[in-house]
Ligand binder design. Structure first.
Ligand SMILES: Cc1ncc(COP(=O)(O)O)c(C=O)c1O
Length: 320
């Protein structure tokens, strides 16, 4: 029996057309994915609305899932529409009102040469209840450190893809930050400018302008990031897509992380662990508290994902 402490309310997993009990989900140790991390995945959230549960930007996530699969040379054994339907079925089967949903495609059992010529592609879709990704401090703001290692460069692969194996780098960064007492890490890119978190995009606010960077700064083009840019423009908040330097970050009025897991989480302190020890400093962002623009965007984002703003109804897929 696998315990589900970190997977509350998870009951059934969908694997290649079958619903399995959570504890019965197995793959062979010689599967290609176990050795080389050859998988692609999505992270999607579903929220409780006044009219039942709805999945946020499901079509956009599944479209990116297919881009990721193409980057890894996968022939996906299901269509885009079928995977959308499977996600909805997984939500229904688990009777979840809100959830984090994880579709995963992987090269399974067949051969272990680096080219998975005899390893079929399999699809698994799971869902469970997952609260604030960065814990309770997400409410008041988190402390981050700039990591000593640079983000993988956008010239090295298609940054639109979420490739399982590449997240080893995110795990290393996340462990480093927590071992040093921070809530999360933050990468610089090879050029020495701000990139993104191990699983989050980043925005800064300066003089009322909301600024984020783009894939050419070695970041994943996040769906939450894109949603926030649209919401801000609709709210009359000026936006700008530009590189962000370390100085821009330290002198920002507000900083926040965004992403499906982390939603919108204020960053209130940044320590620079990318410089030699004797030069290391910790910077307080703005007032050291969650700022007004972050507060405003967090509120409207939650209203939107919970179906309270009709203008964004097309971003929601009902689980019915
Ligand atoms: C490295 C990285 N950047 C950014 C994001 C945010 O992307 P999204 O908003 O599509 O969840 C994620 C989360 O998936 C991520 O893993």
């Amino acid at each position: 029996m696998f315990e589900t402490t970190y997977f509350p309310k998870a009951k059934k997993i969908w694997h290649m057309g079958e619903f399995l009990d959570w504890s019965d989900s197995m793959i062979h140790s010689q599967s290609h994915v176990i050795h080389y991390g050859n998988s692609v995945f999505e992270g999607i959230r579903a929220y409780k609305t006044s009219d039942g549960t709805a999945v946020f930007r499901l079509q956009d996530h599944i479209d990116r899932f297919f881009v990721s699969a193409e980057v890894l040379g996968m022939e996906v054994p299901f269509s885009n529409e079928e995977i959308i339907q499977i996600v909805i079925e997984v939500m229904k089967e688990n009777k979840l009102e809100s959830a984090y949903i994880r579709p995963l495609l992987f090269y399974s059992y067949g051969n272990l040469g680096l080219v998975p010529k005899a390893s079929p592609v399999e699809l698994v879709v799971s869902a469970w209840e997952w609260g604030a990704y960065l814990g309770e401090k997400a409410e008041t703001g988190v402390n981050v450190c700039i990591l000593p290692w640079k983000r993988i460069h956008h010239s090295q692969f298609n940054m639109k893809a979420k490739l399982g194996g590449l997240y080893t780098l995110s795990t290393i960064g996340g462990i480093y930050a927590r071992n040093k007492g921070y809530d999360e890490g933050l990468y610089l890119n090879i050029e020495g400018r701000v990139s993104e978190g191990p699983g989050e995009n980043l925005f800064i606010v300066k003089n009322g302008v909301l600024i984020t960077n783009d894939v050419t700064e070695s970041v994943l083009r996040g769906i939450t990031r894109e949603s926030i840019l649209t919401i801000a423009e609709d709210q009359g908040i000026s936006t700008s897509i530009n590189p962000i330097t370390k100085q821009d970050l330290f002198q920002a009025d507000e900083v926040f992380f965004c992403g499906t897991a982390v939603e919108i989480t204020s960053v209130v302190k940044v320590a620079d662990e990318s410089v030699p020890e004797e030069e290391r400093e910790e910077y307080t962002i703005g007032s050291g508290k969650k700022g007004p623009v972050t507060e405003r965007l967090t509120k409207i984002y939650h209203e939107i994902v919970c179906g309270k703003v009709p203008q964004y109804a097309s971003w929601l897929t009902d689980v019915k």
